[in-house]
Design a protein around this ligand. Sequence first.
Ligand code: M1P
Length: 243
Amino acid sequence: MEKIYAFDVDGTLTSPREPIKPEFNQVFLEFARTNLVYLVTGSDRKKIAQQLPEETIDACFGMFTCSGSELWAGERLIYRKEHDFPEGLLTVVEYLIDSSSYEYRFGNHIEHRPGMLNISTAGRNATLSQRKAYHAWDSIHHERLEIVDALQECFPMYEFSAGGEISIDIVPKGWTKAVAKTEIEQRHPHGSITFFGDRTGHGGNDKPLADALATDPRHRTVSVGSYLNTWALLQLMTQRLAA
Ligand code: M1P
C-alpha cells in the first residue's frame, strides 16, 4: 500500500507563524524528498512561503492551503474554491471582535482568504510577542473556543475552528481540512494516510481531518504537542525506514 504523509504547518512543523528551524528543515526536506508528502494548512501560500523554504514546499507532492480550498504543486495552483460570506455573518463577527474583553487591538481583524475567513480579536497585525501575550490570555479565558461555540450555534451552515494562536477559521460546512482526505484518496486510491497535526481536539482546525481519517482503518492521525514532537518522530521514522 502506498504510504502518504500529511502535515499541518503552524504548530506541527513550525511554531505558529514562525519560520521552520533550519536543522529541522534539513530533516523534513530529506523526508519529503524520499516519501510522498502533502502539507495541509489553514494558512495561505504567501504566509507558508515565509515559514518554509521554496525547496521544501517543492519537495512536497502537494500543499493544501486555506483549509483545502486551494491545492498547490510547488508554485502551480491546481485548484481554488471561492465563497462569498454573507453580510449577516460579518456583522456578528465584527460585533464579537468589538465586544471582546481583551484590552488590545492590533489591526487586521478579518482576513478574507479563498473559501474562508480568518478572524482575530487581537488582530493579525500583532507582533510575535503580542500574539504570544494574547495566546497566554486566551489559554486562561478560552475566548476563541467560546466564540467558536457561539458562532457555530448561530450559523450551522458554516464551520468554525481555532487554528494557531490568535485566530479562528471560518469555512462553509464541509470546506474543512477534511477536504484533503477526499482529494488525496482520489489521487492515490490505494494509499494509507498518516496525518500529523497539533489542533486535533475540540474546536481545533485539524480535528475535521483527524475525524475523517478515523473512519477508515487504513489511515491514522498523530497528534503532536509542537514541532519538536514531529521532529523527534520523523528522526525515529527515518531511522526505521532506513533499517
Ligand atoms: O495553520 C494554523 C493557523 O495559523 C494561523 O493561525 P494564528 O494566526 O491564529 O496563529 C492562521 O493562518 C490560521 O488561519 C491557521 O489556521
